[in-house]
Ligand binder design. Sequence first.
Ligand code: MIC
Ligand code: SF4
Length: 645
Amino acid sequence: MGKTITEKLIEAHIVSGRFIPGTEIGIKIDQTLTQDATGTMAYLQFESMGIPRVRTELSVSYIDHNTTQIGFENADDHRYLQTVAQKYGIYLSRAGNGICHQVHLECFGKPGKTLLGSDSHTPMGGALGMLAIGAGGLDVALAMAGEPFYLTSPKIIKINLTGTLPPWTSAKDIILKVLNIFTTKGNVGCVFEYGGDGLANLSVPERATIANMGAECGVTTSVFPSDEMTRIFLKAQDREDAWREITADDDAKYDRIVDINLSELVPLTAKPHSPDNVSPVRDIGEIEVNQVCIGSCTNSSYKDLVTVAKILKGRVTHPGVSFMIAPGSKQVLENLARDGFLADLIQTGARIMESACGFCIGNCQSPQTKAVSLRTSNRNFLGRSGTLDAEIYLVSPETAAAAVITGRFTNPRDLGMHYPEVKMPEHFHIDDSMIIKPEDTRDPSAIEIYRSPNIGDPPVNEAFPERIKGEVTIKVGDKITTDHIIPAGKRMKYRSNIPKYSKYFFELIDGHFYKRAIKIRDKGRHNIIVAGLSYGQGSSREHAAICPMCLGVKAVIAKSFERIHTANLINFGILPLTFKDEGDYERIHQGDGLEIRDVRKIIENNGIMIVKNVSSGISFEVMYSLSDRQKKILLAGGALNLRHI
Ligand code: MIC
Ligand code: SF4
């Protein structure tokens, strides 16, 4: 029987288990990436493993998230990361060189390879025919130590693209259509594999926007074939030798096939506060726009920004709009400058920002009170911009540019212009001098790792208790994202300082959570979180599991969980449980006392788990899904504990 691309990639890397959807397999990881906000913890964990040099084909440490540098913390973290990279044989992409996913695509991605990254948008590498997966920092540290990465054999959904994009629509509209179909919940354990005639006109950067935002649907990853378009892109990057063809067999079998006719697409937007809240732009009405931000890892490629420059040439930014551009990488910025487009953007009044995450993670450029902000980024979760009552809409670069001119939400088709034709250059100007290579360091053993007061040791947990006895510290609803759980933005500089960062746990939902949790923990009782559907959407940040570990959280009971967050909870010794009867969610309240007896024994023997609500007297059954490997990790109190036993 023929094979899908996903099966081919997995089978070439499988080291344990068998590819049967729903069962756990281990795969060999060829490449890893980290970014600074998740990287410091990942490298502290790697250091604690006592391995002299990374055991991957390639590992890259990017500095792109915490580059605002208010206070000493970010700069100290950067220095730490640089010395770690030099000591352990890791490439370091310096601050200013660009956003990890864009730079990885340009400089390192290779068709057919596996890539594990401590960032949820790592699947962007799928645009090159890689199996690129996002994970918590500890899983990436383990991969750097040469250990396999474990995942559930996925179901494979083919997204069959036909037709051609009409003028004024682009890759963002394709992925917003996908989000409209699949939503942000219910896709755990699936891979999106793209195919169909519609691919013929989609360049790698366009595919990258689509693969990147598959993360919003919660899929394990998204995969594109490695075809002629891939070869053209790699050649333009002076890396044609990295190319090899990878396509699905004609008779490959998929779990589901969904057709999207590109010719029928119209400009789309995701309204506040979820990427799946999708509407045609024409249905929004001409509401006033206060801010436009173009960039992030999703739409910051050369083609995106040249399209914007051509739409805006000779125009002036509307007086009601603050207009930002953050090019995805130094390469993009430099090529825009050399080809004259940067001058056009500057003339328009664009505020040119560093090639970094910046506004996307709420690190800067928070909009005004109750602002309407149009962004080409991938997430519009409540509060992520740094302004709690701002209304963030996700749009294509074309729709963003239209609002820069008119100051209102505008269907770009109504601008009355010809749609600018933009071709990708046959060769980019390439200068990778902002990447420090392992071979640049003569004597790695002589490198002394830089440590600062903001960088602690990786926190340690105790073994999992015999029984859970504690309180529902908080009860939250559906689609709680990791941005709700532990905010980034101005708090992100404490990523290397867990005791400090933990103070902001659930800050956006309940400012008193921390004090309550400490009180319960200090009474020798456990904290328990109760949640609705799709708990832990969004980011891969393992701090959403490390901080609660330090606050004495032992279990999260939810209607359902997202993939990366589940793995992170287990890695830090917190038990993810789901309601057997979702109706029990209604019968449980914040402050209720809960008890699970013999919890270790039940897990060891695959027994039925009953939670006793001591406050109401009601008992209910919960489910857990743990492989033997995960049971060992959990019972040891986390993956690092298990390694050190
Ligand atoms: C994000 O887009 O939310 C982030 C910031 O890139 C995160 C990683 C992090 O929290 O550091 C992600 O996507 O995993
Ligand atoms: Fe950075 Fe935003 Fe991309 Fe996350 S989504 S990696 S914060 S640009």
